[in-house]
Ligand binder design. Structure first.
Ligand code: F6R
Length: 612
């Protein structure tokens, strides 16, 4: 979603901002813009050509004026269409103050009405523009930019990350945030603001977090941060775990195929040092003492999208190995219920980005109600990592493709490690049982590698399905979260209506949709419910559906019931999800590509979802 970058003290702020915006592209955007301070004037250019806005700005490079500072933005439209006049930066009536904004200003209508009555002229339909006019009013009453932003932030409701500059203070950037992420950085001569670590890594690794309601003043080579009361804050340095190279395509057709292929490595890295040969576990960043974990009465997993499916895939291990009651909840629903939580509840948020606003607020709410909290994320020191009591980091490297692949499988595997860890702390497994389970988890990178090795076979099979319009994905037990994930991937990438359903539930209604036009994909790898699943397959076959069966390699009994077969290496059902999901990733990828879709940036979607 929206991205922010600001630079001061550079000989080429335009170049640095455009490099940053290009790195932020993966978050998803539909327009972009830049403002520079040149002499004592503001120069601003914006573009809203879908998929080409950054390219259009780049072409302006040679005409950009000499400047030392600027701010840039990629916008994912929420309030107002993705047009040039709604693109950021927004300016005030004088054209001397510019602002870029991520998040939502909830009281923007109220503020706009007041500003309109005072005679301000707004030129966009966005919630963001009001902030420029608020600052204009404060400057007119004698404040400098820093003071003006301090005062203005106090009247804003909602989630925001904001960066400002003024033609009257050419080398100063001011930034503030509430809930939305924003960081600042410096070298000896440059100052930076960004919503995303990866956008500024090429310039510096000296980066600092801005806390909620803090205001930062960034000048060439220096940073000053004050809290909401105006007291100076010691900036908290961020740990940076990736290099810039990790975000390159390296010869693959697209990031998604690269990231599918990276799964064995992502899983192996996630497991390094965490499972010892005898089946004991090491989770050092967890930080919650073992005795506290031992006394946990139940676990509530909160997450969205693919991360939610990872939670469902890990639930069986938490219940069966650790014998802890576990529910898995959609974060955007959980947050607005009145959940019963006490100090013995462990709330485990799963979020690849560590920024998803629904999950972040659900996590905060759980903490407010007294739960112990852990976040399982791929981004070190991300917003949620800083919020939760403990952290579990997947080590999948940056995921650029909008559809989660390697982070999803790494989440599943790390959740299984956590379940084993909890089981050992709670003394629910014998050392022998733990050693067997540990060995099974440890074998997953190799098994996933074998599945990924069949990429071309899966792709060729999927191409037979390029014309599908409506697909059911069915599964039971371990196969159900995989079915949900298969359906989500097909929807988001191939734009095909797809539904994930528990196979045993079909007879309670949806089977009336099955006829000879239906395509039904069934996760039929071996497990306790295998026989029952075969009966469910017979039910849809009897109604003429085309049946695609995902089964263990060489499983003739399952294969015989299929029109199309996808095979994966056989694996114990408790840890099978990360292996079984691979062919479905390729299925969605191949159908999407066959239809000419952009697999890295599917329409309407963003990598980091920072709005509710
Ligand atoms: C689907 C996908 C999304 C994310 C969801 C949560 O492929 O990537 O469904 O899983 O938006 O994002 P995170 O995990 O960053 O909280």
């Amino acid at each position: 979603m929206c991205g922010i970058i600001g630079v001061t003290g550079s000989d080429d702020p335009f170049g640095l901002i455009l490099d940053g915006l290009t790195l932020l592209e993966y978050r998803g955007y539909d327009s972009a813009g830049v403002a520079l301070v040149t002499g004592r004037e503001l120069w601003r250019r914006r573009s809203a050509i879908r998929g080409e806005s950054i390219g259009e700005l780049l072409r302006l490079g040679p005409t950009a004026p000499v400047a030392r500072a600027g701010i840039g933005h990629t916008r994912w439209a929420t309030h107002g269409a993705p047009t040039e006049h709604n693109a950021h930066p927004h300016v005030d009536c004088t054209g001397r103050v510019a602002v870029v904004h991520n998040g939502i200003i909830e009281n923007h209508r109220e503020i706009a009405a007041k500003l309109d009555a005072e005679g301000h002229t707004r030129t966009s339909e966005t919630d963001s523009e009001v902030v420029a006019h608020l600052v204009e009013a404060e400057l007119a009453s004698g404040a400098d930019l820093f003071e003006a932003v301090q005062r203005c932030a106090k009247v804003l409701r909602g989630d925001f990350a904001l960066a400002f500059m003024s033609a009257d203070e050419p080398e100063v950037l001011v930034a503030t945030r509430r809930s939305s992420p924003l960081i600042v950085g410096r070298t000896d001569s440059i100052g930076l603001v960004s919503s995303d670590i990866s956008a500024v890594l090429g310039t510096t690794r000296e980066l600092y977090a801005i806390g909620d309601d803090e205001v930062a003043e960034v000048r060439p080579g220096s940073i000053r941060i004050v809290d909401a009361e105006g007291s100076t804050v010691d900036p908290v340095p961020l740990r940076v775990s990736w290099g810039v190279r990790a975000a390159l395509r390296e010869g693959y057709e697209d990031f998604m195929s690269k990231e599918i292929h990276e799964q064995p490595r992502a899983l192996a890295d996630t497991l390094v040092g965490r499972i010892l040969p005898e089946g004991t576990t090491e989770l050092e960043e967890l930080e919650i003492p073992a005795e506290e974990l031992a006394s946990i009465g139940r676990v509530i997993v909160i997450a969205c999208g693919s991360s939610y499916h990872a939670g469902l895939a890990g639930r069986a291990a938490l219940e069966s190995w650790a014998k802890v009651p576990c529910t898995v909840e959609i974060a955007s629903e959980f947050r607005y219920r009145d959940p019963v939580i006490d100090a013995s509840t462990l709330v485990l948020a799963i979020s690849q980005s560590g920024e998803t606003v629904d999950t972040f607020h659900a996590l905060r709410e759980a903490k407010r109600r007294g739960a112990r909290t852990i976040v399982l994320t791929n981004v070190v020191d991300s917003l949620m990592a800083r919020e939760a009591d403990g952290v579990l980091y997947t080590r999948a490297g940056p995921e650029i493709g909008v559809a989660s692949t390697k982070c999803h499988t790494a989440q599943i595997v790390l959740l299984q490690v956590f379940a084993l860890h909890l089981a050992l702390i709670r003394r629910q497994l014998t050392p022998e049982q733990a050693a067997v389970i540990g060995a099974r988890i440890a074998s997953l990178p190799g098994l996933v590698e074998r599945a990924v090795g069949q990429f071309d076979t899966y792709r060729a099979t999927a191409e037979q399905l390029a014309e599908v319009n409506d697909v059911f994905f069915l599964g039971r037990g371990h196969g159900y979260p995989v079915a949900l994930e298969g359906a989500l991937k097909l929807k988001e990438l191939a734009y095909v209506r797809a539904e994930g359903y528990p196979a045993g539930e079909m007879k309670h209604g949806p089977i009336s949709l099955i006829d000879r036009h239906a395509v039904v994909v069934v996760v039929a790898t071996r497990g306790a419910l295998f026989e029952k699943l075969l009966a469910n397959i017979e039910e849809v076959r009897a109604r003429g559906a085309t049946v695609v069966v995902l089964c263990d390699e060489g499983d003739e009994e399952a294969g015989e019931l299929a029109d199309i077969v996808l095979e994966v290496p056989a694996v114990d059902e408790m840890v099978a999800a990360a292996v079984c999901v691979v062919p479905f990733q390729v299925l969605a990828y191949a159908i999407a590509r066959a239809r000419g879709n952009d697999v890295d940036r599917p329409r309407n979607l963003a990598k980091v979802v920072t709005v509710e």
